[in-house]
Design a binder for this molecule. Structure first.
Ligand SMILES: Nc1ncnc2c1ncn2[C@@H]1O[C@H](COP(=O)(O)OP(=O)(O)O)[C@@H](O)[C@H]1O
Ligand SMILES: [Mg+2]
Length: 1107
């Protein structure tokens, strides 16, 4: 079923008509116009039915992309716009799916794009067929065979920069899945004359230029080659470089391709050695040398080149040299050697070069075949691609053109046969009545050339084999005799005098009316080229080389296998291979690509109508179209036809439920198309006139517009309605939701209100109930309370009554007792004294007091004055007494304590007390002194004989005697002195001798200064103006500072009844001589024991460092 939604259908958006069969009216002009129109719009492909016409665009078109490949993959031939891919796809699919071997026949003149087309087909097939490592390698080898063959078989010509100079037929083999297995290449007639000579403006085969440009220095040296082209006679000078062709790069490509195809490195070298040898052969030159017998013999001019060739090919130089000088003819055990003249020598040289190259090329093809041949023996499906030289009509046509054109005649023959046969078969298959169409059958021309008895080729062979002098002229004569009456043969000298006066036909020519036009052939060279003679001496010489490849190229040179039979002529060889080819092609389903060259300048965008017209004629394209149209212009399966046109009939639109054939019948009847315009085949409808098809197309287009409008209308209506329905639905939903919302709100409000009321009522009820319950409870409680009260009341009443009763009983008892007492007292009054009560009372008190004191005596606390305890008081009324007793006891206790003291001990305590008043909490040293007993006379002067003298000097009692450190007023250093204090003086004496140094009356002492710290330094300030004060105040240090100062203080007080001032400060002033010096105490590190160190800093400062 064709896909109706395909965008680029053959019939849609087409430029001109994609299929020329549909041209209306069909004339050569309209046909050309159509081609031109399409060409101008970059549509280079046009169909004639299933034949593809390809016009060479001479520029790159973006229509060979992988996307395009995908687009055409698995699509029907007419589904998309014309393309070579459509043909390739059709061929590949019928090969794969219908198991039909295919051949793709590509024809057209040189430069028309045949080789490109063949490559496109191959690359398309490679792209769409199976994948996988093995398959890819096969594909790659098949594709890479092209560059190798092109390098050796293509050359730049006037018509084409990359013209194939050989015919090529390649069978690509596939397995049942359509995966490529391998291939076989057949080559036809390499144009070997090009090796030795090229027409002006053309080149030799590419490989020579590629080798010289791209070969490395080493390689060239190895091959004994120079890089310059002009060193070689065989390389045409005028067009050695081709624009846009990089020979060096191509050489690398070729070498790479050879590697991929499977050439070994050694093989590549062998091949290049042969190429080099051919090139160097051209440089061998001959000069004439006269012999005695008057004949000219040739000699090699410069043997250097010959030597190098022999080195290259591993050849004995003498052998080759001889082969260039002699020709041996063998006939029946007889060998005749003749010398060669210069011309013959050149002929021999060129023949060798041509043969060497030609055989190398054939070897290459075989070698490639060996690599790419299918490895399996399973049955293969085959797709053949034929890229063969096209019809050639030059000014000067020779044997090659004759052969080429013969080949084209054969192809045309097969084209006609297969096309018509196929067409005819289809009509029969479809049951359509078939009227024979007249067309030109070129079988008659093929006959003229290939007939075995009187064909031109047979005649040529006959001439070549005939003994006696054979020339091209004798051959022409023969033709003139045999073919004169043939309607397609023309010659000036032929028996029929038709052409006697035809001046366009020279005498040494004959003309054949080919199907593609008349071609005039010059007979010159026919015999030679057909003979294709290589002197036996040369082939034998070649066989003798050590070069494995060259040796294998000349098997006939082997004397053991030498035969006297002539080798088959070029013509008969070609005829045979063409016959094989034709046979091969006939077994396959043909697909045609007919290439057209739009201009001779290889220029893009130029469409030379004359040139194209000529090709259209000789390719027989018009005939092709006519044949195609003779029956029916257009055929289509019923399904596709119905699908495409069903909208034109109300019964088939939009759906036809019955068979599509009936559908088409109904459709065509309703459209009132005349019945002679179409026929109903079994599976296809056949339309005779293209106009009918176009009418149908027009109707379809208009109907499509209507349908579009209808669709638009319905769509719009549908859209509005859908929209409306949607809106309606939405509105309903919205209103439903709104209503729901409000209802819900109302309901909730009601519910809330109800709840409130309900709760109030319930609350009220509950409270009522609670009240009742409470009332009930209270009632119960009240009853209990009342009962309790009542019982309490009764109990109390009972208690009161009982108490009353008891009181009464007691009162009765008391009264009774009083009464009894009274009675007793009255009775016993006479026995008691009047004051007995007072006495009893006093006695009782006495007893109590006695007991109290005795108890107290037992419990008295200790005698320590510091004891605070006192036993508790036993009776309240003794409170005052008890306290007083405590006070008295304490006083007594203290007195007792005091009474123990001696006078001396008392004084010490007084001193201690005094010291405490002076220093406690004022000077840190004080705490140390608390434990020390104040001994006073530490030196025991009176007893110590050492101090006898001193003792004598002191009249009074000694209060204190000790050794102190007197501080030197000038430098602060200390010196030990005896410090002696009496009741009125204090004396300083030398410690050792006891010599008195100074005596100071205590009245002269005004005050004493000490620090707050632990040091023992003190200053004794003296009354100003006194004799003692001449030198100034004294500074001492002593550990017994507290004792010394206390004693000094007390002594002065006893003496003068005045208290001296004791200044306690960390900074105080002393008077030294005339100066007032500040004594400053600072905290310092411990140095020599606990003693402070004094330092006189300056006149004003004495620093004392206290540890
Ligand atoms: N389809 C194409 N697209 C672009 N260029 C093309 C195409 N076909 C041919 N050519 C150009 O034309 C030249 C000649 O084509 P070629 O196939 O070698 O001709 P032929 O084999 O018929 O002698 C190519 O080298 C290429 O430049
Ligand atoms: Mg080609």
């Amino acid at each position: 079923m064709p896909k109706s939604e395909v965008k680029t259908s053959l019939l849609d958006n087409m430029i001109g008509v994609g299929d020329s069969v549909l041209l209306e009216p069909l004339t050569e002009d309209t046909f050309l116009e159509n081609l031109k129109n399409r060409f101008d719009h970059s549509e280079i492909y046009t169909y004639i039915g299933s034949v593809v016409i390809s016009v060479n665009p001479y520029r790159h078109l973006p229509i060979y992309t992988p996307e395009k490949v995908e687009e055409y993959r698995n699509r029907n031939f007419y589904e998309l716009s014309p393309h070579i891919y459509a043909l390739a796809d059709e061929a590949y699919r019928s090969l794969r799916d219908q198991d039909k071997d295919q051949c793709i026949l590509i024809t057209g003149e040189s430069g028309a794009g045949k080789t490109e087309a063949s490559k496109l087909v191959m690359s398309y097939v490679a792209a769409v067929c199976g994948k996988g490592a093995e398959v890819n390698q096969v594909k790659e080898q098949l594709l890479q065979s092209n560059p190798v063959l092109e390098a050796f078989g293509n050359a730049k010509t006037m018509r084409n920069d990359n013209s194939s100079r050989f015919g090529k037929y390649m069978d690509i083999e596939f397995d049942f899945k359509g995966d490529p297995l391998g291939g076989v290449i057949s080559n036809y007639l390499l144009e070997k004359s090009r090796v030795v000579k090229q027409p002006r403006g053309e080149r030799n085969f590419h490989i020579f230029y590629q080798l010289l440009s791209g070969g490395s220095e080493d390689l060239l040296k190895q091959l004994k080659l120079e890089r310059e082209f002009n060193q070689y006679n065989y390389l045409g000078l005028d067009s050695a470089k081709v624009n846009g062709v990089d020979d060096a790069a191509n050489f690398r490509t070729v070498k790479n391709a050879m590697q991929i195809v499977g050439f070994l490195d050694d093989e590549v070298v062998l091949v290049l050695e042969v190429v080099a040898a051919v090139l160097k052969l051209g440089n061998i030159e001959f000069k004439p040398e006269s012999r005695v017998n008057g004949l000219d013999e040739s000699r090699i001019q410069d043997k250097n080149e010959l030597k190098e060739i022999c080195e290259l090919l591993g050849q004995d130089q003498a052998v080759l040299e001889r082969a260039f000088s002699f020709r041996t003819v063998e006939a029946k055990q007889e060998k005749v050697s003749t010398t060669l003249n210069v011309a013959q020598a050149y002929y021999a040289r060129d023949a060798l070069a041509k043969n060497l190259y030609n055989r190398l090329f054939t070897w290459l093809v075989n070698r490639i075949n060996e690599s790419i041949k299918a490895q399996t023996k399973v049955r293969k499906k085959v797709m053949g691609v034929l890229d063969i030289y096209g019809f050639e009509i030059f000014e000067n046509n020779s044997f090659e053109q004759f052969i080429i054109n013969y080949c084209n005649e054969k192809l045309q023959q097969i084209f006609i046969e297969l096309t018509l046969k196929e067409e005819q078969e289809e009509y029969i298959k479809e049951g359509i009545e078939w009227t024979h169409i007249e067309y030109f059958n070129n079988a008659i021309i093929c006959e003229l050339i290939e007939n075995n008895t009187n064909g031109i080729l047979a005649m040529l062979d006959e001439e070549c084999l005939r003994p006696g002098t054979v020339t091209d002229e004798t051959f022409l004569e023969k033709l003139n005799q045999v073919c004169a009456v043939h309607e397609r043969f023309e010659s000036r000298m032929s028996k029929s005098s038709r052409f006697l006066n035809d001046t366009t036909l020279p005498h040494n020519c004959f003309r054949i009316q080919h199907y593609a036009g008349k071609v005039m052939y010059h007979v010159e060279g026919f015999v030679d080229k057909n003979n294709d003679l290589l002197y036996r001496d040369l082939s034998q010489a070649m066989w003798k080389t050590n070069h494995v490849l060259v040796k294998s190229l000349f098997p006939e040179g082997n004397p053991a296998k030498m035969s006297l039979k002539r080798p088959p002529t070029a013509g008969s060889q070609f005829k045979a291979s063409v016959a094989t080819l034709m046979k091969n092609l006939q077994t396959k389903n043909p697909n045609y690509i007919r290439c057209i060259k739009p201009n001779d300048q290889k220029a893009p965008h130029v469409f030379a109508e004359g040139l194209v017209c000529h090709q259209v004629r000789y390719l027989g394209l018009m005939e092709n179209v006519r044949v195609r149209r003779a029956g029916y212009a257009f055929k289509q399966p019923y399904e596709s036809c119905l699908e495409r046109y069903k909208m034109l009939c109300s019964q088939t639109w939009p759906h036809w439920r019955q068979g599509s054939r009936d559908g088409v019948k109904v459709l065509l009847t309703e459209l009132q198309i005349p019945p002679e315009e179409f026929s109903y085949g079994r599976s296809k409808i056949f339309i005779r006139n293209p106009r009918t098809l176009f009418e149908l197309e027009d109707l379809r287009k208009r109907r499509l517009e209507d349908l579009a409008t209808l669709i638009q209308k319905i769509y719009r209506g549908w859209k509005c309605r859908t929209n409306f329905l949607l809106m309606k639905k939405s509105q309903i939903i919205i209103s439903a939701w709104t209503k729901r919302h409000f209802q819900r709100k109302k309901y909730l409000q009601l519910k809330r209100v109800t709840l409130i009321i309900q709760s109030y009522i319930r609350g009220w009820k509950a409270r009522k109930l609670l009240r009742e319950l409470k009332h009930q409870k209270r009632c119960e409680e009240s009853a209990t309370t009342i009962a309790a009260y009542w019982r309490g009341f009764q109990a109390r009443r009972e208690l009161k009554r009982l108490k009353e009763e008891a009181r009464r009983k007691h009162a009765v008892a008391v009264i009774w007792a009083y009464w009894l007492g009274l009675k007793v007292r009255r009775e016993y009054r006479k026995f008691f004294r009047a004051n007995a009560g007072k006495k009893i009372y006093e006695f009782t008190i006495q007893r109590i007091m006695q007991k109290y004191f005795l108890e107290l005596k037992k419990k008295l606390p200790s005698m320590s004055p510091t004891e605070k305890t006192w036993p508790p008081r036993p009776y309240l009324f003794l409170d005052d007494t008890h306290t007083e007793l405590k006070r008295i006891f304490h006083l007594w206790r203290c007195k007792k304590y005091r009474d123990q003291f001696t006078e001396q001990k008392k004084a010490i305590f007084e001193e201690k007390l005094e010291a405490s008043e002076l220093f406690k909490d004022k000077k840190a040293l004080y705490t140390n002194s608390v434990q020390q007993p104040f001994q006073g006379d530490y030196l025991e002067i009176s007893k110590n004989p050492k101090y006898q003298k001193l003792n004598g000097a002191v009249e009074e009692n000694i209060v204190l005697a000790d050794v102190v450190n007197k501080i030197n007023r000038a430098n602060g250093k200390g010196a030990p002195r005896i410090f002696l204090l009496t009741q009125s003086n204090f004396i300083l004496a030398d410690q050792k001798s006891g010599q008195i140094k100074s005596t100071i009356p205590v009245n002269d002492i005004t005050s004493v200064s000490v620090s707050k710290q632990t040091d023992g330094l003190f200053a004794v300030h003296l009354k100003e103006g006194s004799t003692a004060a001449a030198k100034g105040d004294f500074l001492f240090t002593s550990d017994r500072l507290i004792e010394i100062i206390t004693k000094l203080y007390r002594t002065i007080f006893f003496k003068t009844n005045q208290k001296i001032n004791v200044e306690i400060n960390n900074e105080f002033l002393v008077q030294f001589n005339q100066d007032k010096v500040c004594v400053k105490f600072i905290q310092g590190a411990q140095k020599n024991g606990n003693l402070p160190t004094c330092k006189r800093k300056n006149n004003r400062l004495l620093e004392v460092t206290v540890p």
